[in-house]
Design a protein around this ligand. Structure first.
Ligand SMILES: Nc1ncnc2c1ncn2[C@@H]1O[C@H](COP(=O)(O)OP(=O)(O)OP(=O)(O)O)[C@@H](O)[C@H]1O
Length: 678
């Protein structure tokens, strides 16, 4: 399908097409009906992607999408889809399953069948399901901004080129070395793009590098570009790698060194920093704790001095005191003179404390300088030294962080494509496993397509209100048009549901819940649920109209109708249903009508019409409960529940001597039933 054609799909507006156009390869994504790729278009949710994908698949197969012709048929499909979706682990898998739908197109059915045949071979192990729970479609990291580095150039053209090529960094225009030095005050690293600056002398400690080739290899300057994708998707990628291992083989169509990917991811945090380096951690802690460390160090010195002063009796000769006072000296100098040793010790203690708290090699002498020799009381740090210390620690931290990022970016180089493929394969596996579990949980087999009508052997409906283990297998074949009779609660509606479900699942391309199924490929499923009570004239008329149009061109359809008789009074119902059956038989459609009036309808049907009757028969009454053979008997009008009760009473009468007179009554009643059914 051509990408442009998309706009003509119902529900896909021009805006959506515009958004899809931003995909790597929109035409391919859409023509494959690939939910995960379509969902990568900005502003397209997965739910919407699933609908677009489904519409695109239909379109590709020239499929009108009208297979599910009635509400009840839709409902059955929704239930089947629900059973499949319950078995997917990821939200994406559940959306992707929505692209499986019953189709009349042989090519579409075959496409899913060949996928499903592979899928059912997949072993849904607990480890695999557990690993899958962390997998989600990948996200793009969005724009990043790096603030500790900048690019510098004196050339206007290079400036423009750099702004384009490396939008993550700010680019500065400089005239000379002084400009570069000024810049270096604001950044941990300045990358100069002009050869001319090589070998210049700079003030300050900033790392200024002259790299004229930086633009051709941006990853070296901004490793964040490579890393941010992996950091953003770290959890998903690790989960996908775990799936890959648990599945022991995922077909990702490209080679990937999973161990290397995992190792690199383990080094990263979600916010894109590298988290496995002791020195970097020490630098970060030192910066964070610097203020606290400084006041702690001050506290240590002052506590010591205070204690020393308290303990000390100071004697000073009058002449000395006089000379000090005359010189304008304060009490500090007095203390210095008297307590010089204690001062020195206190300052030393503060320095040691600070050096210890900073705890990173190379900063000892700078840290010691924060407490000057000149004694003061209370002891105070030198704020400029601490500012400098903070700047140097920060620049060191930034440079180290960048170096580590560059290392990890190098490890991850070229892995983006394979990583995407890995996640796609894991998500696809979720869909396969859902199909596999469905198939295993409901003892499914692949149907055979061909012949006319549908023939089910050992079918067990997964939609019954009893535990699946307790569902009794049903054999039922339908060719042409049949009435289905049977005792109350014998399983007539359930049989229609089973036939409908099997037809839907088969035409979705999936294995069906039966020991064996042979079926023709139906054009549509027309399933009419039981009507609740007698219809008023208007509703009756519109129901008749529906059947009127159903009968026209019903060839190739599967028609299932449940107790249509209740729409109006019994006599009229029988006549109307008989007429519909005759018309359907004429059209060569496959139809089953469940009815309690099967006998009456047959009587009203033209003897030449090809309409048969099948029956779900009660084998008898056990403890007042009907015991039913769930498989309809072909060509047999089942006895009704009232008939069975009368038969039971008549039998009981035969066995007991006391109720002889009543026995005659029951026997004659029974005789009337038997006379009727002949
Ligand atoms: N194959 C089966 N295995 C086990 N239980 C079944 C099966 N089919 C039907 N039942 C049980 O019988 C109940 C009645 O089935 P169902 O409603 O299909 O009967 P019915 O013949 O359509 O009844 P009614 O005469 O009231 O229309 C179901 O709710 C289910 O519990």
């Amino acid at each position: 399908m051509e990408f442009e054609e998309l706009a003509s799909i119902p529900g896909v507006g021009a805006k959506t097409v515009e958004r899809l156009a931003e995909l790597d390869d929109p035409a391919e994504a859409v023509s494959e009906g690939d939910v995960s790729r379509i969902a990568r278009a900005p502003g397209i949710s997965e739910g919407r992607a699933a609908r677009i994908a489904r519409a695109a698949i239909r379109r590709r197969h020239g499929d009108s999408g009208a297979f599910l012709a009635t509400d009840r048929a839709e409902e059955l499909y929704e239930s089947v889809l629900g059973l499949l979706q319950e078995r997917a682990v990821t939200a994406h898998g559940r959306k992707r399953l929505e692209t499986l739908y019953p189709s009349a197109s042989a090519a579409r059915i075959e496409e899913v069948r060949s996928f499903a045949k592979g899928a059912v071979e997949r072993e849904p192990t607990p480890e695999l399901l557990e690993a899958l729970s962390g997998v989600e479609p990948l996200e793009s990291p969005g724009g990043i901004r790096v603030r500790d580095r900048c690019l510098a150039t004196s050339d206007a053209e290079t400036y423009a080129e750099a702004t384009d090529a490396i939008p993550e960094l700010s680019v500065e225009l400089v005239d000379d070395a002084r400009d570069v030095s000024d810049l270096a005050r604001g950044y941990s690293t300045v990358v100069v793009l002009d050869e001319a600056f090589a070998g210049i002398e700079l003030e300050g400690d900033a790392d200024v590098r002259v790299e004229p080739d930086a633009l051709s290899e941006p990853a070296a300057v901004v490793p964040e570009r490579t890393i941010s994708f992996f950091a953003r998707n770290r959890g998903r990628l690790l989960a996908a790698a775990a799936v890959h291992e648990a599945a022991s083989k995922l077909d990702i169509g490209t080679s990937i060194d999973i161990d290397a990917l995992e190792r690199a991811l383990e080094r990263l945090t979600e916010d894109g920093s590298v988290d496995d380096d002791d020195r970097l951690r020490a630098l970060e802690t030192a910066i964070d704790d610097l203020d606290a460390a400084v006041s702690m160090a001050e506290g240590v010195a002052n506590d010591r001095l205070r204690a020393a002063i308290e303990e000390r009796d100071v004697t000073i000769e009058g002449a000395d005191l006089l000379s000090l006072v005359e010189r304008g000296a304060g009490v500090d100098s007095l203390l210095e003179r008297e307590l010089s040793e204690e001062f020195a010790e206190a300052i030393e203690a503060a320095r040691e404390r600070l050096v210890d708290a900073v705890g990173v090699d190379d900063y000892e002498s700078l840290a010691r300088g924060a407490f000057p020799e000149e004694p003061t009381f209370p002891v105070e740090h030198d704020g400029r030294v601490i500012d400098r210390l903070r700047e140097e620690l920060s620049a060191d931290r930034d440079r180290r962080a960048t170096r580590l990022k560059r290392e990890v970016a190098e490890e991850l180089r070229g892995m983006r494509g394979p990583a995407k493929a890995l996640v796609d394969a894991a998500l696809e596996l979720d869909v396969e496993l859902a199909v596999s579990r469905f198939s295993r949980d409901f003892d499914c087999t692949f149907p055979v397509f061909g012949g006319s009508g549908i023939e089910i052997e050992g079918g067990r409906s997964p939609l019954l209100d009893v535990a699946f283990e307790d569902v009794e297998p049903v054999d039922y074949g339908i060719e042409g048009v049949s009435l289905l009779s049977g005792v109350n609660s014998g399983g007539k509606t359930s049989t229609l549901d089973l036939v409908g479900t099997v037809a839907i699942v088969a035409q979705m391309g999936l294995p069906v819940p039966a020991e064996g199924v042979r079926t023709r490929r139906f054009e549509a499923l027309h399933y009419q649920a039981k009507t609740q009570g007698t219809l008023d004239a208007g509703a009756f008329e519109s129901t008749l109209r529906e059947f009127g149009s159903l009968v026209e061109g019903a060839e190739g359809r599967l028609v299932l109708v449940d107790e249509l008789e209740s729409i109006t009074e019994p006599g009229a119902s029988a006549v109307i249903i008989a007429g519909i059956l005759e018309a359907l038989a004429e059209e060569d459609s496959t139809a089953v009508f469940v009815s309690h009036l099967a006998g009456e309808i047959l009587d009203a049907t033209d003897a030449d019409a090809n309409v048969s009757v099948d029956g779900i028969e009660a084998v008898g009454l056990i403890d007042g409960e009907l015991c039913v053979n769930r498989s309809p008997i072909k060509g047999h009008l089942a006895r009704s529940t009232p008939e069975l009760i009368v038969e039971k009473l008549a039998d009981e009468g035969d066995d007991s001597e006391n109720e002889g007179s009543q026995t005659g009554f029951y026997s004659s009643l029974l005789g009337k039933f038997e006379g009727n059914s002949d």
